[in-house]
Design a protein around this ligand. Sequence first.
Ligand code: 13P
Length: 250
Amino acid sequence: MRRKLVAGNWKMHGSRLDNGPLVEAILGAPTHANVECLICPPFVYLAEIARELRGSTVRLGAQNLSAEAQGPYTGEISAAMLRDVGCDYVIVGHSERRTLFGEDDLLVARKFAAAQARGLTPILCVGEQLSEREADRTHEVIARQLDAVLDLTGIASLARAVIAYEPVWAIGTGHTASPAQAQDVHAFIRQRLAHRDAKIAASLQILYGGSVKKGNVRDLFAQSDVDGGLIGGASLKSEEFLSIMAAARG
Ligand code: 13P
């Protein structure tokens, strides 16, 4: 059985004042052998939060990284630096990076490889725009985003990765995918990977992201190929996030 992963993507939110009580609430939540909890704060808070999480089962991740290992890249953060301050995970290819910061499939694949080269587990985000769904191109878009990574790093790399399906039209909009829509895409992803390696596909965690809240999470998590969530807005409110963690425990 795959473990569930509940990951909070704080995006560009938070302050030292606000983070403390939120982290404290998450640390106080009941743990469960089959549920992992992960938080992804902005870079500048990682080291401090890593200290607060020490000794707990809550894991730390970053929201982005450089595709380069080191060097004259002003303003960039490397995979090694993220490891150095205590990250285990890093999000790559989030739709906000793709659409607002021009990250293409190849750059996302290079970031995925850079993360793994330093022992970080990449959370690869894939998802279609509304216009692509309406044109019935959802599977085609997801396949293209997946294949860019597979072509660079190979199927074996998926044994040390997580995928997050985040339909762009559901992010921050309050319009979540229906449980059936999420299940359809998750099953498509798993089947596509199973053609290359059935065992890796069967054990891969595939998260759903996009307007997940305590009110809709149970039906989403009940889908057979939904292995948890990548939570944006609701990860900033301890009561919401703890309810989502509780739903993952079943
Ligand atoms: P929301 O949960 O705010 O829709 O954000 C989802 C997301 O983008 C998580 O990475």
